[in-house]
Write a protein that binds this ligand. Structure first.
Ligand code: FAD
Length: 228
């Protein structure tokens, strides 16, 4: 389905991550974790994940890593009431409602579909007993939605930060998310469903590490942010 969306406002999440909100038209329904094809003008099209809770009726939100590209410059030039075209929703990076133990692994802006799923879990927990987020970022200032995510009211939920440069903050892993960190942080690894989202290199490395730890491929769901 194609929809015209009217721009409401933008929210700076970090120095390089910007949320953009648009009025939600009647009929635009989605499942947390899905994305849409966003067309700013002919030839300026990117897939973007819906970053907020589908239960939010007043608006839909996308959160873009601001790279200085033509697409980003156009996003920055939007004024309230300006229109864009979106197609979708699309994608199967979604929960099935039956999970008991979910492990999210996000690389940077790959947090967007995971944030949407986690916010929806606050409303509707299904059978969930345990949720863990391994969240990789460059440094503390780069962690989008940090406080909000750390405060989510989900049963037995915790966040593990992995930072290339912890910048003096203690209590985090330094480096990139890898098999050692996953093995150290998770118990009952074979019972977990893994949802991994981020740039292609990150997703490939994490998937390889999970398979090496003996996790079955049918327990790994991925969302690959082509373009990074
Ligand atoms: C399913 C999905 C969900 C995504 N969700 C988000 C999101 O929530 N937030 C976010 O910031 N980004 C998301 N992305 C990535 C986004 O679509 C852009 O590709 C990325 O943001 C780069 O765009 P840019 O305007 O910053 O840079 P650009 O200058 O447009 O792109 C950088 C380079 O990547 C290439 N490229 C761009 N897009 C693609 C593509 N789709 N496939 C292959 N090559 C490409 C360009 O040719 C260029 O060489 C998602 C991607 C996918 C596939």
């Amino acid at each position: 389905m194609e929809y015209q969306l009217s721009f409401i406002d933008r929210i700076e999440r970090t120095a390089t991550a910007m949320s953009l909100r648009f009025r939600r038209p009647p009929g635009l329904d989605f499942t947390a974790g899905q994305y849409m094809l966003v067309t700013l003008n002919p030839g300026l099209v990117h897939p973007l994940s819906l970053s907020d809770d589908p239960g939010e009726k007043g608006f839909v939100e996308f959160t873009k890593r601001m790279t200085g590209s033509r697409f980003c410059r156009h996003l920055l030039s939007l004024a309230p009431g300006d229109g864009i075209t979106v197609r979708g929703p699309m994608g199967r990076f979604v929960g099935d409602g039956g999970e008991k133990y979910l492990v999210f692994i996000a690389g940077g802006i790959g947090i967007t579909p995971i944030r949407s799923i986690m916010k929806s879990l606050v409303r509707s927990r299904g059978n969930l007993e345990r949720v863990i987020l391994l969240y990789g970022n460059t440094n503390p200032a780069d962690i989008a939605f940090r406080r909000e995510i750390e405060d989510l009211d989900i049963p037995s939920f915790r966040v593990v930060h992995v930072l290339a440069d912890p910048g003096g903050e203690s209590g985090h892993y330094q480096g990139f998310i890898n098999g050692e960190i996953i093995a150290a942080e998770l118990t009952d690894i074979h019972e977990a469903i893994f949802m991994v989202s981020g740039p292609p290199v990150m997703v490939a490395a994490v998937e390889k590490a999970l398979l090496a730890l003996g996790v079955g491929g049918d327990r790994i769901r991925t969302d690959i942010f082509l373009g990074y």
